[in-house]
Design a protein around this ligand. Structure first.
Ligand code: M6R
Length: 616
């Protein structure tokens, strides 16, 4: 978590840093701070607990002198609470060096003890100040920031991206990364650093991803990348595929509202270029046909919303490619002894491409000989770099902490993968493939239909339910992960207790929760695909209705069987069984968003959370 930004160039850096931090605030918003080397060559810094606005207010009241070299940080607290003192930057070498950090330094306690024994005193409870003090001590010995970094980084255990500047070396920012993200923005006479490209995309779309255990030094004219030993490293720049307008609210009340509305586009963009002659052909997977034919097991690993996308993907890949698929939460996966072999394909899913749990699962799988493929929404991110192959979702930047458009794009990518593998393995008849392709192509318009037809009514329903203390969600088959996702959305942004269940599990315990008035959303599968499954869900509805539940049904147009038992019916257009999740999730997202709004909550930045979870 935490967002970091750096700038060297000819322009005053404060505005550039603050604008970059505003775009990175989704990564954490417990405190924010900047450090700048001013024209007189002095280092000035300011940091404030709270959201970025608190820092802006402080700078407006007591401005810092202008400077053209600077670093900035927005924090998600790990070591030490969200106070001014624990905010970054942290200073060292008699306040002439400033350092910011994203990650966790696991051996900070022993390093701190060593420094204290050496007479160093600390002003914060953070692991970061320990790194600042170590680099400051080395700087006093060597007078060179790059050398000081090299001397320290190998002593640090855990995850870090560190950025530092020293007032004796104006026009230079040095950074190092291990297990945390770092990207360089390449400008003309200026260069940038950021946790992701959003930090600088309004200034340049040429970027360079910094690899694991690398150090980068930026000046206005040069970007020099080395490994931790100082050996030069070759890196290839890439072009960011979206512009800064894509990361603006653009008149919407929240990023989440904008991103919900962008879902049809996210699906359409993820499909584009991947259909040929009514079949799915994913160009990025060229050359992997032998692997796909040979694979005897797939493990899909992810966290949170991405893991629910994985659960939908399991149904599709098994149906079309006829390979067994297991879904594993990434943080559970590597703490046992999973059966992984050379014929195992591990597919990871991550919007950010930086989720530490998922990254570690990918590395673990590779070490054990599995082939790895990532589904990712962020160019230049770490997880795709650590994987053998990548299928990018093209949802565009997702800023709201609650994932919406990335989720539908992830399911789309998994459907594409299932169809691609089915074709390669010869397990998918051409007519079935062509019908599925047609379903895919029709999805974007159907998503818009749900928004047009149901947005107002679902929002109204949420407004009436603003005082609700608990909401349950039920589903079966691919409706089950959608029930889980509906509950997660509601929990994370409205702080209401919510749980998703497989509807068949109800009678094994959860039905005891039902009391008169308990709201329950039920995702009803189409009777056209399976009359049996549909009938089972309808009888689950009757069971909870008989116990007084207030039943809100999400069912396809024309399904009249649900009417006698539903208090509310939300309609979705007709779609193939494996495509229904992309429609059924939309009203649940709208419901969570509207309920959080009715409670006066910050929909984009819910408490205690950060968009990108880069700690384990
Ligand atoms: O960036 P990732 O897709 O790896 O993130 C995984 C989860 O942290 C993420 O989906 C999280 O559950 C969302 N905030 C849910 O809305």
């Amino acid at each position: 978590m935490c967002g970091i930004v750096g700038y060297v160039g000819a322009r005053p850096s404060e505005d550039i840093l603050l604008a970059g931090l505003a775009r990175l605030e989704y990564r954490g918003y417990d405190s924010a701070g900047i450090a700048v080397i001013d024209e007189a060559g002095s280092l000035g810094s300011r940091k404030k607990a709270g959201k970025l606005q608190a820092l802006r207010d402080s700078l407006a009241e007591h401005p810092l002198p202008d400077g053209t070299t600077g670093i900035g940080h927005t924090r998600w607290a790990t070591h030490g609470g969200p106070t001014d003192a624990n905010a970054h930057p942290h200073l060292a070498d008699e306040d002439r060096l400033a350092l910011i950090h994203n990650g966790i330094i696991e051996n900070f306690a022993e390093l701190r003890a060593e420094l204290e024994a050496d007479g160093v005193s600390f002003r914060s409870e953070t692991d970061t100040e320990v790194a600042a003090a170590l680099i400051g001590r080395e700087y006093r010995r060597t007078g060179d920031l790059r050398t000081a970094f090299r001397a320290v980084v190998n002593r640090l255990e855990g995850a870090f991206t560190l950025l530092a500047l020293h007032q004796d070396e104006p026009g230079l920012v040095v950074a190092a990364r291990r297990n945390s993200p770092l990207v360089v923005g390449l400008g003309e006479g200026e260069n940038f650093l950021g946790s992701d490209v959003a930090a600088f995309v309004e200034h340049t779309r040429r970027a360079l991803a910094i690899g694991q255990d690398e150090i980068v030094a930026i000046t206005p004219e040069a970007v020099v990348v080395t490994d931790f030993e100082g050996n030069a490293v070759e890196s290839t720049p890439f072009e960011v595929s979206w512009d800064s307008a894509a990361a603006e609210k653009g008149g919407w009340p929240s990023f989440m509202a904008k991103e919900v509305a962008e879902q049809s586009e996210a699906v359409a963009n993820t499909i584009r270029g991947r259909i040929k002659d009514s079949a799915v052909v994913i160009p990025e997977l060229d050359g992997l046909d032998d692997l796909f034919r040979d694979v005897d097991r797939i493990i899909v690993t992810a966290c949170g919303t991405a893991a629910y996308a994985a659960m939908v993907g399991k149904y599709a890949i098994e149906q079309w490619a006829r390979v067994p698929v297991d879904v594993e939460l990434a943080h559970e996966f590597r703490y046992r002894d999973p059966v992984i072999g050379e014929r195992t394909l591990v597919v990871s899913i991550s919007q950010s491409g930086e989720t530490m749990d998922t990254l570690m699962a990918v590395k673990y799988a590779r070490e054990r000989g599995a082939r790895t493929l990532s589904i990712c929404n962020t160019q230049g991110a770490t997880i795709p770099r650590e994987s053998d192959a990548v299928v990018y979702t093209h949802a565009g930047p997702e800023v709201a902490v609650a994932s919406t458009k990335a989720f539908v794009a992830q399911i789309t990518a998994l459907l594409l993968l299932g169809l691609h593998m089915g074709r390669v393995r010869g397990s998918l008849p051409a007519e079935e493939s062509a019908a599925a392709v047609l379903e895919l192509e029709n999805l974007p318009a159907k998503i818009d239909d749900v928004l047009d037809a149901e947005q107002e009514r679902v929002s109204q329903l949420a407004g009436w339910m603003a005082d609700t203390r608990s909401v349950l969600f039920l589903g079966r088959h691919v409706g089950y992960p959608i029930a889980l996702e509906g509950a997660l959305k509601l929990k994370e942004i409205s702080y209401i207790h919510a749980e998703g269940f497989a509807a068949g599990e109800l009678k094994h315990g959860p039905i005891a929760l039902i009391e008169p008035g308990q709201p329950v959303f039920v995702i009803v599968p189409s009777p056209r695909h399976s009359a049996l499954l549909h009938a089972k869900v309808v009888s689950n509805i009757q069971e909870i209705r008989a116990r007084g539940a207030r039943v809100i049904v999400v069912a396809e147009e024309g399904d009249a069987a649900v009417l006698p038992f539903a208090d509310e019916v939300i309609r979705i257009p007709l779609a193939g069984a494996l495509f229904e999740p992309l429609l059924a999730v939309v009203p649940l997202q709208i419901f969570a968003m509207a309920l959080a709004t009715a409670k006066g909550l910050d929909v984009d930045q819910p408490r205690n959370l950060a968009k990108s979870v880069t700690v384990e």
